[in-house]
Design a protein around this ligand. Sequence first.
Ligand SMILES: [Zn+2]
Length: 228
Amino acid sequence: MHLINHPSPNFGPRPDGAEIDILVLHYTGMRTGQAALDRLCDPQSMVSCHYLVEEDGRVFKLVDEDMRAWHAGRGIWQGCEDVNSRSIGIEIVNPGHEFGYRPFPDIQTSAVINLCRDILSRRAIPSDRIIAHSDMAPDRKEDPGELFPWAQLAQHGIGLWPARQDTPHGAGNIADIDAMLIRLGYGPAQSDKNRVAFQRHWRPSNIDGKADQACADILAGLLAARDQ
Ligand SMILES: [Zn+2]
């Protein structure tokens, strides 16, 4: 695939023997893609990512995948607390909730899908380790948010999604939601934040943070799809 080289100085070595088996998707949350690109390449900012996908579908390569980029920060997924060391980070241009959150254009989504498929063709990244930034840091992050087309990515084999036949009504128990979220990968603290992050990713039509039957069923379906 066509990549535009735009190197960032903000990276370091991965620890010896670190597996690369997590993929974190972000939105940039800045007014323009150019502003985000500048910040991700500014040595003062101490932030970076491996790839940035513009709204017009251009894909910039900032940090080599073998190197540790600085995109994830504090958080946890499936017990891993140093997500940067094990992950590839993709920043997707969108002003975000702060500056005018808007739908991701189709051409941008297609570019994200192509990029993810390219990465997954080269790397063994399990589907339940393809996550939103908000999944690993639900107490402080909202990106890439409820408008991000996760279902469309799943149609292309990217990320965990329940098979419809696996999620009949009543498949999950509402009382088990918080425990199921932890089984999926969320951290043990702040159940309400976990529920909101889960809804942004897997049930974006209603992000109220409440435990309901639909969430329980989706979660049961996700765990069944993963553990089958
Ligand atoms: Zn982020």
